[in-house]
Write a protein that binds this ligand. Structure first.
Ligand SMILES: Nc1ncnc2c1ncn2[C@@H]1O[C@H](CN(CCC[C@H]2CNCc3c2ccc(Cl)c3Cl)CC[C@H](N)C(=O)O)[C@@H](O)[C@H]1O
Length: 282
């Protein structure tokens, strides 16, 4: 089979993989998803070994150790959640939330609009991050106001496109100063090659010298995006994550790994661990 046919066959397989992934996401149910992952035990602020406090601690440290801040922060694949920017909103003046699905962008706009009808009460999250910042928990409403004041837009995004954001997105020409992305790339990529391409695509949004804060699942092959909505995930291990970052040209600043205690495995996915990466684009 000559090279041209081989390439065409590979491209059509990639296209089929993306289309299958898009089809899976059509049933995504933000409210159910939030219940599965953002209520106890996975979000138990009285348990230091709960997943959410661990993630918030990693993000707090990454945003407050002095080498990140100022300018534009983009959250890639926000979903219906805001926890991933509760620390970043204090050190950036312009913040973009993004997601592939309109249902998630609507969920985010509802919270930003302060209509009080978002599917999850984020107050415990705001209070927890205030505590990490040494502020009294009652400062949570100031933090909520700060976040609402710095979010410039809620944009659509597709990490499988070389240019993941809409052409009229108001990013600086040189790119964002920082990207944060949690559980997105591996949850939307049918295989490792697709994950690596997506990492390259979002890298084009980041200016040279900018930082990438990447949270992701280890050893996961599926997760439930709603009742009966089973979404395939490319299983990753630490070595693959480091190899992908290296292939994308990043300098690794720090990698932290969390292993799920047995009672955090609640049947909504088969994830075994979570990685946190702080990396810098040279
Ligand atoms: N082409 C596309 N391009 C861009 N974005 C796309 C595309 N296609 C779909 N998306 C969007 O990606 C988002 C992925 N999303 C769910 C996966 C997380 C889930 C499963 N894995 C383990 C695990 C999870 C959650 C919590 C915990 Cl603790 C664990 Cl362990 C992350 C949302 C948020 N960031 C979060 O952290 O919960 C979703 O909102 C899509 O709409």
């Amino acid at each position: 089979m000559d090279q041209k046919v081989k390439t065409e066959r590979k491209e059509s397989e990639q296209k089929k993989g993306m289309e299958a992934m898009v089809a899976c996401y059509q049933g995504f149910d933000p409210a159910a998803y939030l219940q599965y992952n953002y209520t106890p035990p996975r979000a138990d602020f009285d348990r230091p070994d709960s997943i959410v406090p661990w993630k918030l601690g990693c993000l707090h440290r990454a945003f407050t150790e002095g080498d990140v801040g100022g300018g534009v922060l983009v959250d890639v694949g926000s979903g219906p959640t805001i926890y991933q920017v509760l620390s970043g909103c204090e050190v950036f003046d312009k913040l973009f939330l993004t997601d592939f699905l309109e249902v998630n962008r609507q969920e985010l706009r509802r919270w930003l609009g302060g209509e009080g009808c978002s599917s999850l009460d984020w107050t415990p999250y705001l209070k927890h991050v205030c505590k990490l910042e040494g502020r009294r928990p009652s400062a949570w409403s100031e933090k909520a106001a700060r976040l609402r004041s710095v979010v410039s837009d809620v944009l659509s995004i597709d990490v499988h496109r070389p240019n993941p954001l809409p052409l009229d997105a108001q990013l600086p020409a040189a790119g964002a100063d920082c990207l944060v992305s949690s559980f997105c790339l591996e949850s939307v990529s049918p295989d490792l090659a697709s994950f690596d391409r997506a990492l390259g695509h979002i890298g084009s949004l980041l200016r040279p010298g900018g930082h990438l804060l990447l949270i992701g699942a280890l050893g996961e092959s599926y997760y439930m995006g709603g009742p009966g909505v089973r979404i395939p995930v490319v299983p990753l291990d630490e070595a693959q994550v480091c190899a992908s970052l290296k292939a994308s040209g990043y300098t690794l600043v720090r990698l932290e790994v969390y292993t799920l205690p047995q009672d955090m495995r609640v049947g909504v996915d088969d994830v075994t661990g979570v990685f946190f990466v702080k990396a810098r684009k040279p």
